[in-house]
Design a protein around this ligand. Structure first.
Ligand SMILES: NC(=O)c1ccc[n+]([C@@H]2O[C@H](COP(=O)([O-])OP(=O)(O)OC[C@H]3O[C@@H](n4cnc5c(N)ncnc54)[C@H](O)[C@@H]3O)[C@@H](O)[C@H]2O)c1
Length: 350
């Protein structure tokens, strides 16, 4: 295998990060991860075939030509120190930098329990962009993971649902910026603006992605798709979903999600954003019905209307990503089938 460039993934021990790291390793890249394991999983638990050595603050995982350098650190502390004393993090030049580190959490964390905790993402992103623009000579290309939640809530309300096209959110005089749904969305919106300034004013080659709802087999059971799968695996009847259940999202399987990030980083460098979704929205009642069918039973599917449901409908326009040659490869039925299988294994091993 040819040796390719070195790549940094912040938040690389998280759900999306772990899949991205595997994809990069397969293509021969050395991967650096900075993660404080707030929600991420220690690489000991998923780089199981790798030989491990500890070198100061870094842990190095090697398997043949594959190599991962893991720094367990809060990105805020690490970048603040790196800005004060350049070189202190020991970073090499990076061909690509994927900035994924953020407090994400499910709806319970974002909206209900402690929404202000998510404001930490402002600090993470501010330091990331300050570091990145000082290091344009050492970073080939960068990617900022925004979110579909950065779009205005007004196009996601019942009766006003619209297919989200990228030009509905642009940082131009001609553009309109609406109110995002949550603190999480506001910070992603601000992050996108920092990316545009980093590109225009500092010459950083950076792109943004606006993912809709990524899901996958090993996602935490607190996320909607695996948690509905778990209820179907237990053959619950009625099979319940949050909110009215008529609210819908645009779901995309993690492998297609990761493929999209890798395509966008090579095609966009002016700070602008690209949607990542499937182009189809599916209601939570439909999600439950698909899982029930896969499980082979016919429960009553019911919304738990006392639990919040957030925006009513989110659907991505996918023309821009498709114009770069990206194609969805995993259908919702196939992806949900994989999730159900994995969730059953997890429930059986408890
Ligand atoms: N999964 C999705 O569908 C989706 C949709 C839109 C946007 N995103 C974005 O993609 C990125 C990854 O999301 P995910 O689903 O993998 O979530 P995740 O929670 O699994 O991953 C986030 C990672 O960031 C790490 N982290 C948090 N704070 C940190 C800090 N201060 N320093 C270092 N590391 C820190 C966590 O430990 C975790 O490993 C996030 O930026 C998220 O906002 C994801």
């Amino acid at each position: 295998m040819d040796s390719r460039g070195t790549i940094l993934v912040t938040g690389g021990a998280g759900f999306l990060g772990r899949h991205l790291v595997s994809s990069l390793l397969k293509d021969g890249h050395e991967v650096w991860i900075v993660d404080n394991l707030f929600t991420g999983k220690h690489p000991d638990t998923w780089l199981t075939d790798f030989k491990k050595t500890v070198d100061g603050a870094s842990t190095i995982y090697e398997n043949g030509s594959q190599r991962v350098i893991f720094i367990e650190a809060d990105l805020i502390d690490l970048l603040r120190e790196e800005l004060r004393a350049p070189g202190s993090a020991g970073f090499p030049d990076f061909e690509e930098v994927y900035h994924l580190a953020a407090i994400v959490g499910g709806r319970a964390v974002l909206i209900e329990q402690d929404p202000m905790l998510v404001a930490t993402n402002h600090m993470i992103d501010s330091l990331f962009f300050q570091w990145a623009v000082k290091n344009t000579d050492h970073i080939g290309r960068a990617l900022y993971v925004s979110s579909s939640v950065a779009y205005p809530k007004s196009i996601q309300n019942q009766g006003h649902e619209a297919t989200h096209t990228e030009d509905m959110l642009v940082f131009e005089d001609s553009g309109t910026i609406g109110l995002p749904e949550s603190i999480y969305g506001w910070i992603k919106l601000a992050g996108e603006y920092l990316a545009v300034v980093a590109a225009r004013k500092y010459g950083l080659k950076i792109c943004c992605v606006r993912p809709f709802n990524g899901y996958g087999d090993d996602q935490d059971l607190s996320y909607p798709i695996p948690s509905i799968a778990a209820r179907a695996a237990r053959r619950e009847d009625p099979l319940t979903v949050w909110g009215s259940g008529d609210q819908s999202r645009d779901f995309i399987y993690v492998d297609d999600f990761v493929a999209a990030l890798r395509v966008v980083i090579t095609h966009v460098s002016d700070g602008s954003a690209v949607n990542v979704g499937s182009g189809v929205n599916t209601s939570f009642k439909q999600v439950a019905a698909i899982f029930a069918k896969l499980e082979g039973y016919e429960p009553e599917v019911k919304g738990l209307s006392e639990k919040v449901e957030g925006s009513f409908a989110l659907r991505a326009d996918m023309s821009k990503l498709k114009s770069f040659g990206w194609k969805q490869t995993v259908s919702i039925e196939e992806g949900f089938g994989r999730v159900l299988k994995n969730v059953k294994q997890r429930l059986a091993s408890k």
